[in-house]
Design a protein around this ligand. Structure first.
Ligand code: AMP
Length: 114
């Protein structure tokens, strides 16, 4: 798994990335290798390694990430047709970067999971 520094650099604008939204809690940017016409990553501004590290203190950040993902879906006009929100966790879940991130995918009919 790659370390968290890539996403930390994106938040701090030390790395070129297409940031489409940022507030005090989260940053949203285009995935560098999009798997759909719309593929946005939403990450917390504070480092959380994976969904295993969601706890009593930081759980509200997840609600905000979800809320922002939906706002972006509406703004990108994919909310009516639909979209997918994914969080991969660790090796079996397919998490490549050691920094909690939410994928927002849409803009085409996505393949069923099974
Ligand atoms: P995951 O497999 O859930 O860990 O997803 C990691 C995602 O980060 C992949 O979809 C990558 O294409 C994406 N990614 C890696 N590096 C960058 C980057 N510098 N800018 C934007 N997206 C990236």
């Amino acid at each position: 798994m790659k370390d968290e520094s890539i996403f930390k650099k994106i938040i701090n604008k030390e790395l070129t990335a297409s940031i489409i939204y940022q507030d005090k809690i989260v940053t949203a940017f285009k995935d560098i290798k999009p798997k759909a016409p719309i593929h946005i990553l939403i990450i917390p501004n504070i480092f959380i390694s994976s969904s295993n590290d969601i706890d009593e203190k930081n759980k509200d950040i997840l609600a905000h990430m979800f809320y922002i993902a939906v706002q972006i879906a509406k703004k990108k006009k994919i909310s009516e047709k639909g979209y997918r929100i994914i969080i991969n966790c660790n090796k079996d879940g397919g998490q490549e970067i050691n920094y909690l991130h939410m994928h927002l995918l849409g803009g085409k009919k996505l393949r069923p999971l099974s």
